[in-house]
Ligand binder design. Sequence first.
Ligand code: GLN
Length: 536
Amino acid sequence: MKDVKYIFITGGVTSSLGKGTLAASLAKLLQARGYSVTIQKLDPYINVDPGTLNPYEHGECYVTLDGAETDLDLGHYERFLNVPTGKVNNVTTGKIYQTVIEKERKGDYLGKTVQIIPHITDEIKRRIKLVSAGNKFEIVLTEIGGTVGDIESLPYIEAVRQLKWELGAQNCIVIHLTLVPYLAATGESKTKPTQHSVKTLLEEGIQPDILVLRTERNLNAGIKRKVALFCNVEEKAVVESVNVSTIYEVPIKMLDEKLDQTVLTKLGLPIGEAPDLTNWREFLKRLKNPKHSIKIGLVGKYVELPDAYKSISESLIHSGSTNECKINIDYIQSEDINETNMNERLGNLDGILVAPGFGARGIDGKIAAAKYARENNVPFLGICLGMQCAVIEFARNVLNLTGAHSTEIDHKTAYPVIDLMEEQKSVTDKGGTMRLGGYKCVISKNSKSYAAYGKTETVERHRHRYEFNDKYLDQFRDNGMIPVGINPDSGLVEIMELTDHKWFVGVQFHPEYSSTVINPHPLFVQFIKACINRKG
Ligand code: GLN
């Protein structure tokens, strides 16, 4: 069996330079050259997973098919590679310590003092290797969250140092992503922050093999040479990553910079044929040359931080490209809308998307948005809580069930049209206990959803505790809100549609988690098509 090759991506100078995009772009190029590749994210925080985090902290929580609540970077990995990730692809310090402490309690350490080195670092190394267990992948890219020099990332850097030593230089390389700021006052791009960041990495025992320099302006050869000399890396291993208009352009930029070739050479792997990126380039071409333009209102309560809806905004980009349509997202704070101002606030939209969420804040605005979409024949996509709001609105205003609600918000409501799932009633722990991951959905033939999917069965990802209350099924059906998607095993309602409407679809699941560049999600594609048609 051939050795698995490891690529580590660390970040320097500042956060938010786009390590996730770099990892995904490089992986895309390696995949396009015929290698089987996966990407893993190591997050240095102590939460066991980001499921319990407020989206304002780190953006959205991304859910994998196997039901893990993970960092949003995994979404980028899937959107670029079109290959599912899973539980093993996201590791946090919380998970590492949890495992080590459980082992200690069982007596597995045989009386030894349990320490960061070797016990925590060994567990980190085990988790890194686990991703490619059984040599499932030829190359594993591991992104290390945070910035080099942070106290909490030290054990991860130490684990990488050890792995580099154990596996040898040809099996394990480190790419360090840094920033080269441009100082307008002197008209210069400055390399000092990069030099300092590499110095920090060296102090922690790692000589990076490749440097990727994020920059707002193209760097001249002199700057790259200076960085190479001072940071002790080959000149061709200094790569610039200049700002681009879309993250989906980064693989093409990295190809131009020959990053994939440098990586393969360092890993002792054949470079092979030039990667086939035909589909990717076509996607970009459509994205950049739209024939239509529409405005979608994204109604949610975390809109001040667009990262909280990352997968949704990316899904809109994918489906926009398919439809050759530029999508302008109007992020609408649901707390700001109500029945009195909805005409004015929502009147200029070509489509309304009500976002997922938890808790009471902003719920009335979401219900008002669903009402506006229903009454004005505006294409509507309600996701998870968004679907639940559409159900509540229909119950109140069409079925005349005054005060109908979800028991999540009003546990004393006379009409609990959305109620806690049976299996959730005994659950007290918050972390990892929702209905999570992929579940089947059977779709009725005579529906907008069937027209979108073109098939009667699909699997979609979930993240919720509440569900449509079956008791009201007939009432809804008889009045024109139809459950067109049902889970065949549990009977749970998965999709609700209005019959008497251009395009009104509410889904209990999260289509946004499975939309990729190569496979835009069919519901998003049809939603956008309906919006374009309405605009005319
Ligand atoms: N809060 C709702 C539930 O738990 C919806 C969850 C969501 O939108 N992801 O059912």
